[in-house]
Design a protein around this ligand. Structure first.
Ligand SMILES: [Zn+2]
Length: 336
């Protein structure tokens, strides 16, 4: 929500700054162009010529005065416009902070093991279904190739565990996420930063089972931990995560993802706002991008060049028309 306030404010300031005085710009062109060819003996003509020149000079001076008044008035209007936009921004931010505090409190409740986890699952399913229905037209438009620029927010949370991925390794994956969704889906992936949370995980090493058991672990301590870390680490726009629309996808860096040694990331699908990536795999460029694909409803794909193939690493991964449309249809992917 806060980001929408700022976007609207920036647009409004651009409009304000376009307020200019466009009148009285040709004062210098006011000249007496008549009586130019008086014969030397035609005295009335010379008198009329003199009167014309004086009248033109007076009109020119009046024009300059009007021009100055116009410029001042435009500047006053421009400053008033920016001030009004600033007041609107402050009001919008205030509403946003109130919503985020409400979102934060709801997320704290949702951090309670079992009961919070079950409520969380219900909320995520309901919002998922609602926003898929709302976005149906956009999905069909995307299928036929109409894909205006959309945006999606994502951030990284690093728990205090070792081995820990370096920020440089994480950044490589972040860049890969931004590149692939920009180039294939016309989505502006906006990165909200890496947060090193001080909240210790409930277990070390932090191993995530990427199977049905892991899905139910999400209702227990690990899921509670992810919810609590999200609420405390990513307070801004926490209300978005509750309502689902435009919710930031959070990438947690964990020590291990099981079952197999080849599994280096996990997503529990489009009903979860977070995905996990192994610390050791952050040298593999496209793991986070692949998991974010799952979070947008993409299943695995058999094509070895496809981003959603289950074998990593990928080089120049692709997405099909249907996959692109499914990602753009996700509740995480919005216009505003
Ligand atoms: Zn996968």
């Amino acid at each position: 929500m806060g980001r929408v306030c700022r976007e609207i404010f920036e647009d409004a300031v651009d409009s304000c700054n376009s307020i200019r005085c466009t009148s009285f710009t040709n004062c210098d062109n006011i000249r007496c162009n008549s009586f130019r060819n008086c014969k030397w003996w035609n005295v009335p003509c010379h008198i009329a010529r003199a009167a014309c020149v004086v009248a033109a000079a007076v009109a020119r001076a009046a024009c300059w005065v009007a021009r100055a008044a116009c410029v001042v008035a435009a500047e006053v209007a421009r400053i008033a416009c920016i001030a009004a936009a600033g007041i609107a921004l402050a009001a919008c931010e205030l509403v946003n902070i109130v919503l985020d505090v409400i979102g934060f409190i709801i997320e704290l409740i949702l951090s309670i093991p079992i009961i919070g986890g079950i409520i969380r699952t219900i909320i995520n399913w309901v919002t998922e279904i609602i926003w898929r229905i709302v976005g149906l037209v956009d999905f069909v438009a995307s299928l036929v190739g109409i894909r205006p620029r959309k945006k999606m927010y994502f951030g990284v949370i690093v728990p205090p565990v070792t081995p820990i991925a370096s920020d440089a390794d994480i950044q490589r994956q972040v860049d890969a996420v931004i590149d692939i969704y920009d180039q294939t889906c016309n989505i502006d992936m906006i990165f909200t930063g890496i947060c090193h949370t001080k909240v210790a995980p409930p277990e070390t090493p932090l191993n995530i089972a990427c199977d049905a058991g892991g899905f139910f672990n999400d209702w227990w301590l690990v899921g509670s931990y992810f919810e609590f870390a999200s609420a405390t680490c990513k307070f801004t726009d926490s209300f978005r995560r509750v309502i689902g629309l435009g919710a930031e996808i959070i990438v947690f860096i964990v020590q291990d993802v099981t079952p197999s040694a080849t599994t280096n990331g996990c997503s529990f699908g489009s009903t979860h706002n977070y995905v996990v990536v192994e610390a050791q795999s952050t040298d593999q460029e496209f793991v986070a991008a692949h998991e974010i694909g799952h979070a947008c409803w993409l299943p695995h794909d058999g094509d070895p060049n496809n981003l959603m193939n289950d074998i990593t690493p990928f080089t120049n991964p692709t997405l099909t028309n249907l996959q692109i449309s499914l990602v753009r249809w996700s509740k995480h992917c919005v216009y505003f």
